[in-house]
Structures are given as C-alpha cells and as structure tokens.
Design a protein around this ligand. Structure first.
Ligand SMILES: C[S@@+](CC[C@H](N)C(=O)[O-])C[C@H]1O[C@@H](n2cnc3c(N)ncnc32)[C@H](O)[C@@H]1O
Length: 501
C-alpha cells in the first residue's frame, strides 16, 4: 500500500463498484425472474428512483422554481452523504475533533480523489464549533468499502460509547433553533429514536460547569413503545440524570402538576399542606410524524410508496400535536415545529392553522438572522391540495363527500365555504362526486361563494424554513419557530392532569 488508507488496487476496484450501486432493492423472487432461470438468489434490483405522481405534485406546489427542478430531482436520486455530530459534552470532544481534522480529513481525501469527489469529509459550516461533520460517502459506502474500513470502525466505536452521534445533517437543525438553556424544562413530544433528544441533552450539559448537573430536564415522549426502547438505548450513551422518557399520545400529553409540600407557618407546627403548580415547559420540540419524503435519499423505497394521501392523512394529527405542544408551553417560551417532509399540507398548512387557532397568542418568529450559513428557503404562502389525483385551489371546490378527508385547514386561507350547487353539479357530470341532499351553509358565513379561485395566506409564512436537498447536498426538512406571547384562548387549555412529586 502507498499512502495510508489508500488500499490495494483490488480494494479500490471494489470500492468504485460499490459507489455505483449504493442502493439495493429487496431481493427478487428468483423463480419469477425470467432473466434468472437458474434461480440465483443473489440477484438484487436497485430501487426505481422516480414516481410520476411525486413529480406532478411538487412541480404544481412550486417548492422549487421550474429552472431549479432538474437539479432538485437529480439530487433527490443520489444517496445521502453520511453525517454525524461530536457530543459537545463528552470529555473527549476535543480529541475527536482533532482526529477528524488531522487524520480523517486527509486520509479520506485520498479516497475521494480516487473516486473523483471533492471534499471527502468536512465540518458543516452552519453548525457551531465544528461539531457536526458530513462525509461525501453514503452510510452504505462506508459500511461496504474496505478502504473506508478504519473510518467505519471509528464511527461505530465512537457512536457506541456516546462520543459521536450518527445523524442526518438536516435533522440536527431543529434543536439549534430551540435555544435551549441548561435550566430549561423541555418537552420533546415525538422523540424516538432520540437523535434530537440526545442533542438537546448535549446542549444542556455542555453549558453546565463540569461535575455539575444541569438544573433543567428533558421529557422525551413517543407513542411507540418499541421506539421508546430505541430512544432509551440511544440516550443512555449520555449518562444523564436529566431525562424522563414517557409513552403517550403527544396530542393527549397529560397536563402535569408539580406536587410540592411545604410548611405553612410556625404556629401550625408540622402541618403540611400540598401545593400544586401546573408544569409548563420553557421549550417544546414538536418533530411530528410525517410522510417523510425529505428522507428519500436515505430511504429510496419511499419512491415506490409515495402518494398524496400520505401527507393529507397526517395533517389533522400534526395540528393536534402542535396545539397540545403550545398549550403546554410557558408564556414567553419557544416551540419548534418540524417535519422531514416537503409537503405544504404537512408544513405551512399546519403552521397557519395553529396560528389561526391561537388568535394572536402565538407568533411565528423570523429566525432568518440565526444560523446565517444554513441555506434555507422561505415558507410558501400559496399551495394547493391534491386528493385522489384531483387538484383543489380552494376548499370551495371540494365536493361534499370528500370533506371529511380534505379540510379547510389544509388550504392557505383556512376558510370553509358554503356548499355550492357547482360541487353537486360535478357529480352529475361524472367527476366522481356523489350528490347529497341539501345545500345548507357550512362554517364561515362571511365568505362569498363566488370569490376565491386560488388562495394565498395572509399570515407571515415566509418565516418558516424549507431546506431542500440540492442547496447543500442534504436531505429535506421543514422548520417553523413559534413563540407564545400570552395564554391560549380558552378552548386550547390542557384538560388532563397528572401529579409529579
Ligand atoms: C419524525 S419521528 C421523530 C424523530 C425524532 N424526533 C428524532 O429526532 O429521533 C416521529 C415519531 O413520532 C412518533 N409518533 C407517531 N404518532 C405519535 C403520536 N400520536 N404521539 C407521539 N408520538 C407519535 C413515531 O413513533 C415516531 O417515532
């Protein structure tokens, strides 16, 4: 071997071959494959990285300009580069950073030049203190290519002992916008498998003096008990005493009361009276379940499964979870709403709906000056809803029989309309609409039924952020930062209480 880490000619050949073939589909049934009459079951098919419905949907939504489309879709078809974070609260933080800077940046560069790639390993410029890194190799390449074996061993070992966490680059963004302090009470509503929980704990511990525990706490919740186990496995690498894991529906997360006993006065010797205080959170992370199409580069099987119903079907749950988060947030507190989906129905529509419901008690924060090196796009004010292949620019046009599935809150204005003869007419014209009796008004009597064709929101949704893959070679993510200015209107209050001593 010549330079350190270069590997033999055979190894390099093996490496190049693997580079071309990083995504492998599921094994095909050999007996049903005409190209494989011998039934050789080592045949693998790469995933098809296209879906016409996906293209149509996102072209129509305009999340990137028509000139940008080719770069966007081409990047989505490429495997995702592996990324990881150094644990800032680890006593070996400096050593790890130094190994990366002095050793792996150079040794991996040699491999990258071999494969024609620039910058094989680099710190993410927007992450503070060179603590987050991205390589130009996918996780599969790192696992399979023998020439990257030493780097792979390093990542595995350091991850196992909690000095680093392997995490998609864009998934590291939401906790950075949460502005967590060591004494904060933080609720992570949908936390499993826990990479963001770990990051929140790291931020808390990092800003605390050595040997001391932070005064705050993270409550990490997830609905799925098995994923809660993953979360515990992930976070126990932190060795923290500042974490509670709960297993609840986030949209029904119980209102907790702190149960405290204190002495009432010397004349009432030894008499103790209970006192209760509503437990509200300084920070809430609302990283909701979503259709996940921002992870297509990591999970290419999603190309095959993707359809418009996935996003529409999650919209209501996402609104409920976010509303619950806001009701549990202290006045003056910050909540981050995030998804790994690009879909406006799961993103801007949810943010707009919670702003409407909160009626001025919650503000969408302009964070364009925070993390200036992070390339992001402004949130949309206009979008449409697609239901079973039919596009709607306004709820006004949604036929009655689809109104239990397609809601006003999915549209930019959030308005409902009186039912129209027009909609019922459609069914008679064979557009798949079943006519129903009656045309009684739905909500919103203020709205004229003849006006809106294409809706635009009047809320400042441009303060939301969408990270798209081709801007900085990542996955996609959506983030909105909200601040609670005053108590929520009465109908949004916590309704169930549990006591914590
Ligand atoms: C996007 S993932 C969260 C990823 C996590 N924040 C992280 O960074 O590792 C969404 C999570 O929501 C959980 N989930 C789904 N429905 C939920 C609900 N109603 N309440 C709470 N969690 C839910 C899923 O089990 C899943 O773990």
């Amino acid at each position: 071997m010549g330079r350190r880490g270069r590997g033999s000619r055979t190894q390099r050949k093996h490496f190049k071959e693997n580079r071309k073939n990083v995504w492998k589909g599921p094994k095909t049934d050999p007996s049903s494959d005409p190209n494989n009459p011998t039934g050789d079951n080592t045949t693998w098919k790469p995933f098809a990285t296209q879906n016409p419905a996906f293209d149509e949907y996102y072209k129509e939504q305009g999340i990137v300009s028509p000139e940008d489309w080719d770069a966007f879709i081409e990047m989505l078809r490429k495997p995702l580069p592996a990324a990881f974070r150094i644990n800032s609260s680890s006593q070996f933080c400096e050593d790890i950073r130094s190994i990366l800077e002095k050793d792996f940046v150079r040794s991996l560069q040699a491999e990258a030049i071999e494969g024609g790639e620039p910058e094989a390993l680099k710190p993410l410029p927007w992450y503070p203190d060179n603590l987050a890194w991205q390589s130009n190799f996918s996780r599969m390449q790192i696992r399979k290519n023998q020439t990257l074996g030493r780097f792979h061993e390093f990542l595995k070992l350091e991850n196992e002992i909690g000095n680093i966490t392997r995490q998609e680059a864009v998934s590291m963004v939401p906790p950075l916008f949460l502005d967590v302090h060591p004494d904060h009470l933080v609720l992570d509503m949908c936390a499993a498998p826990g990479s963001k929980t770990f990051q929140l704990l790291e931020i808390m511990h990092h800003s605390t003096k050595p040997q001391l525990l932070p005064g705050g706490m993270v409550i990490a919740n997830d609905l799925d008990i098995q994923r809660c186990n993953l979360l515990i496995h992930q976070t126990k690498r932190m060795c923290t005493a500042n974490l509670i894991v709960t297993n609840n529906e986030a949209q029904h997360f119980p209102g907790c009361c702190l149960y405290k006993k204190w002495s009432r006065g010397s004349e009432m010797a030894n008499e103790l009276e209970p006192s209760t205080r509503q437990l509200l959170f300084d920070r809430v992370l609302c990283d909701v379940p979503c259709s996940g199409d921002g992870t297509l580069r990591k999970a290419p099987d999603l190309w095959r499964r993707w359809n418009t119903g996935m996003g529409n079907g999650l919209h209501f749950l996402q609104v409920h979870i976010a509303m619950r988060g806001l009701s549990l947030l202290k006045v003056g507190g910050r909540m981050v709403y995030s998804t790994c989906s690009m879909n406006p129905v799961e993103n801007e529509a949810v943010v707009a709906e919670i702003l409407r419901k909160c009626g001025g008690s919650v503000e969408l924060v302009d964070v364009s000056c925070e993390l200036p090196q992070l390339v992001r796009r402004s949130g949309l004010r206009k979008w449409k809803v697609c239901d079973k292949g039919v596009w709607f620019a306004s709820y006004k046009n949604v036929p009655r029989f689809r109104r239990s599935v397609v809601a006003p809150s999915m549209f930019p204005s959030g308005r409902s309309y009186v039912d129209t003869a027009d909609n019922n007419q459609k069914c008679e014209n064979g557009e798949g609409v079943h006519s129903e009796n009656g045309t009684q008004p739905e909500e919103d009597p203020m709205t004229s039924i003849d006006d809106v064709e294409e809706e635009a929101s009047d809320l400042p949704l441009e303060h939301c952020m969408r990270i798209v893959p081709h801007d900085q070679n990542t996955g996609a993510f959506f983030i909105a930062v909200l601040c609670k200015l005053s108590p929520l209107p009465g109908n949004c209050k916590p309704f169930r209480s549990t006591y914590l001593s």
